[in-house]
Write a protein that binds this ligand. Structure first.
Ligand code: ZN
Length: 80
């Protein structure tokens, strides 16, 4: 039995900084997206890549909860 569409929502995501490679585990808000993220390694301000709705979708090990709920690739399901 596989349930790829209705799996549990992962609220933890580890962000990898594209500038310095620093990794930091963060807890994602379930009702909002995080557009900016300050790297704790180098201080760079990360922003989502084009087509992504938040920094977790771009740099995290798990996409943000709204996107997880809508399915990966359905970026429109997040943040309007
Ligand atoms: Zn960094």
């Amino acid at each position: 039995m596989s349930d790829t569409a209705a799996g549990p929502i992962e609220s933890r995501s580890t962000i990898t900084c594209p500038e310095c490679g620093h990794r930091e585990a963060e807890t994602m808000p379930t009702d909002a997206c995080q557009f900016y993220y300050d790297c704790k390694g180098c201080g760079a301000v990360l922003r989502p890549r084009p087509g992504d709705c938040c920094v977790y979708c771009s740099y995290g090990t798990a996409p943000c909860p709204p996107v997880q709920a809508a399915g990966r690739g359905a970026a429109d399901g997040c943040c309007g």
